[in-house]
Design a protein around this ligand. Sequence first.
Ligand SMILES: NC(=O)c1ccc[n+]([C@@H]2O[C@H](COP(=O)([O-])OP(=O)(O)OC[C@H]3O[C@@H](n4cnc5c(N)ncnc54)[C@H](O)[C@@H]3O)[C@@H](O)[C@H]2O)c1
Length: 267
Amino acid sequence: MASDTRMAGRVALITGGGGEIGSAIAARLASAGAAVAVGDLDPAKAEATASAIRAAGGKCSGFALDVGEPSSAEAAVAKTVAAFGSLTTLVNVAAAVTPDGTAVTLALDEWEKALRINLTGAFIMCKYAIPEMTKGNNGAIVNIASQLGHLVAAGRAPYSTSKAALIAFTRVLAMDHAKDGIRANSISPGFILTDRSSKRSGGKDAARLKQGPKHLLNRTGEVEDIAAGALYLASDEARFVTATDLLIDGGYVAFKGTIGNDGRPTF
Ligand SMILES: NC(=O)c1ccc[n+]([C@@H]2O[C@H](COP(=O)([O-])OP(=O)(O)OC[C@H]3O[C@@H](n4cnc5c(N)ncnc54)[C@H](O)[C@@H]3O)[C@@H](O)[C@H]2O)c1
């Protein structure tokens, strides 16, 4: 692997690590020397991420994980420690797919599922991971929030609410666990071109055209943009960074406009 050693000696557990952003983060941390455990609701996706990393010369194991189930979260932490000897870094990426709707039209269980996975899932993971992370006195938590935790979207109540709350939860984690040598930060991505995010627009090509101009940089983001931020926040390069939210959004939140066909912003 490359000579990046920023994560040498670290052991990272990544939830939703079989997904597109999660697998990019896993690969990036592994390429910087971390041993990586990848948990995902879909074990085949977790194992695909892990085997790709191993094929590239990295250390990685993949397994089934449901972040909404305390026993599954506890087992994931135990498997990580059994495989690699410790746990220093937790990256919460997992999120549920939730339908659009309003408070009137959404079913209560649709609302509760989004909150359970996107927000409570991070809480559950922290409950079991932090006691292990505390042992090394050099831990980092990175929670993947969203631009929609800043700018809410009509019809996206469960998602926007869960991500706004995840940003707040991250700050509280930072305050509660600074004494344990743990930093906690979130990342709020803009529109990152993945299958999941592109579905609403009818596929990646359509999403690129529709979503790109909403960003000041006039394009959608790539999974590597988020992986680069996650590596920074997880590593000692961010040793003086805690309780913050890193917008990796091409200027989306600041902009709130559209780039026209002439390349000029309109508001
Ligand atoms: N793609 C974007 O534009 C965008 C923008 C902002 C934020 N995000 C956030 O980034 C993260 C990843 O998004 P993505 O586009 O890569 O989606 P993705 O669907 O590729 O990845 C999500 C992964 O989470 C897993 N997952 C779902 N429920 C789970 C559970 N209960 N336990 C464990 N794993 C579970 C899924 O199986 C999937 O592999 C999400 O938190 C999403 O909200 C994405």
